[in-house]
Design a protein around this ligand. Structure first.
Ligand SMILES: NC(=O)c1ccc[n+]([C@@H]2O[C@H](COP(=O)([O-])OP(=O)(O)OC[C@H]3O[C@@H](n4cnc5c(N)ncnc54)[C@H](OP(=O)(O)O)[C@@H]3O)[C@@H](O)[C@H]2O)c1
Length: 162
């Protein structure tokens, strides 16, 4: 199963200057719960944005066009197609960004785990692709208010293809 996991603002913004836009402790926890024990696929820039390198307890796949790049704890692939071909059909694969990889992966994705952040950031330079409302069905939605560890209200939503 190919899943996308992403936190996006109301204008689909997902990042600025290779950083996330929001501090949402519950979103980080949900990300860890959903992806642990499975495979994560990310672009090289998103990998560079991780504070501690490869994510523990997960198979980490990084996409790059650079030849010869080696990163500890990471499998490198030079195309999304090759990366997905290296993932057995009975595994859960989580596409975890950024903009470039989400855009390429969305057409072949089965399920979306989205965190809708109820805010529009002042600045953003990375965006999630448009989600065609007629192609996706929400199967779970949970709304939360802002609190001391989550700076904006947000909704956890899961979508499957119609
Ligand atoms: N809100 C969220 O949930 C979330 C999640 C993840 C990321 N983000 C944000 O997204 C932003 C980064 O997005 P981005 O689009 O700039 O970068 P990205 O998608 O993370 O990485 C782009 C890089 O990945 C490699 N790449 C992408 N597609 C490839 C392909 N098909 N084959 C081979 N290599 C490929 C290339 O690396 P080389 O240049 O090395 O060739 C490319 O420059 C950051 O602001 C980050 O914080 C947000």
């Amino acid at each position: 199963m190919i899943n996308i996991i992403c936190a996006l603002a109301e204008n689909n913004a997902i990042g600025f200057e290779n950083r996330l836009l929001y501090r949402l402790s519950n979103d980080l926890r949900r990300f860890k719960e959903l992806t642990s024990g499975h495979t994560v696929v990310m672009g090289r820039k998103t990998f560079d944005s991780l504070p501690k390198g490869a994510l523990p307890n997960r198979r980490n796949i990084v996409l790059t066009r650079q030849q010869g790049l080696e990163i500890p704890g990471v499998e490198i692939y030079h195309s999304l197609l090759d990366a997905l071909a290296a993932c057995p059909a009975d595994t859960e694969v989580f596409i975890m960004g950024g903009e470039m990889v989400y855009a390429e992966a969305l057409p072949t994705t089965d399920r979306l785990y989205l965190t809708h952040v109820h805010n529009t950031p002042a600045q953003a330079d990375a965006f999630f692709p448009e989600i065609a409302a007629d192609q996706w069905q929400a199967i779970e939605q949970q709304e939360f208010e802002a609190d001391e560890k989550n700076e904006c209200p947000y909704t956890f939503a899961t979508y499957i293809r119609k």
